[in-house]
Ligand binder design. Structure first.
Ligand code: ADE
Length: 243
């Protein structure tokens, strides 16, 4: 089953953009997923193909028009795919949402621009607002690329085995442990001895401990969501290798 992405935007030239390269690009060429764009301006009004208008109630900026966007969305036809609106007001994107989306038929993604989108369009077409983080982009296009990249790399065959370990770590609510490779010493910094000891159990315990330590320091929000028995104190007692 192909994962089908349809992106509605006033900048169709931004797609596939970076998703035409690397693993996502190969998977796109191989038909593992598909990407169509719909130029919202094709549904605009008048000779200027107007897609936005001044906000009711006054204030700065412009609002994307409900009637124009409705025609653009409806041109897709009946469809079981979730309809997303990329917006800084949305529910924050999580790896779990990405996993669920990538297991489904694809997504219809509306990219907001200007100050926003007429609220009635969001209600009338049942759009799910999705944010990629607490900062404001100049439009939803880059957010849509981010969301699609996260989904496409999970499609069967795109990344091979490389995904699982990393995903498992995040799924468990932990950040990744630190990675090292040759040379053995870089600018006076050696690779942690335990990693070259050949003791797989010790290596696993060290990685686990490092993942926990980093999560506690950098992401107290993730850390506090973990069950108490999975929140060891740091630094650990000398000689402790339990994970
Ligand atoms: N559009 C503008 N900012 C955004 C954000 N943070 N997430 C999703 N879409 C956006």
């Amino acid at each position: 089953m192909t994962f089908r992405a349809t992106v509605l935007t006033i900048f169709p030239d931004m797609f596939p953009g970076p998703l035409g390269l690397s693993l996502a690009g190969k998977a796109l060429a191989a038909g593992t997923w598909s990407l169509d764009t719909i130029d919202i301006r094709d549904f605009g009004i008048g000779v200027h193909r107007q897609v936005d208008d001044t906000p009711a109630g006054g204030g700065p900026g412009m609002v994307m028009k409900a009637d124009v966007l409705a025609r653009a969305i409806d041109s897709i036809g009946a469809d079981s795919r979730p309809r997303l609106l990329m917006s800084p007001r949305g529910r924050p994107l999580t790896q779990q949402r990405v996993i669920d989306l990538s297991a489904g038929p694809g997504a219809v993604i509306l990219c907001g621009r200007f100050e926003g989108v007429d609220e009635r369009l969001i209600e009338a077409r049942g759009l799910e607002e999705v944010s990629i983080g607490d900062y404001v982009l100049s439009g939803g296009e880059i957010a849509a690329l981010v969301l699609l990249d996260a989904c496409v790399r999970l499609l069967p065959g795109v990344m091979g085995k490389a995904v699982s370990a990393e995903e498992e770590s995040f799924a468990q609510g932990l950040l990744e442990y630190p990675h090292y490779t040759r040379p053995q010493v870089f600018e006076g910094r050696p690779i942690p001895e335990i990693l070259t000891s050949g003791d797989h159990a010790k290596v696993a315990a060290w990685r686990r401990s490092e993942a926990e330590r980093l999560t506690k320091i950098r992401r107290p929000d993730l850390w506090s969501q973990r069950p108490a028995e999975n929140r060891p104190e740091f630094p650990r007692k000398k000689g402790s290798t339990d994970g």
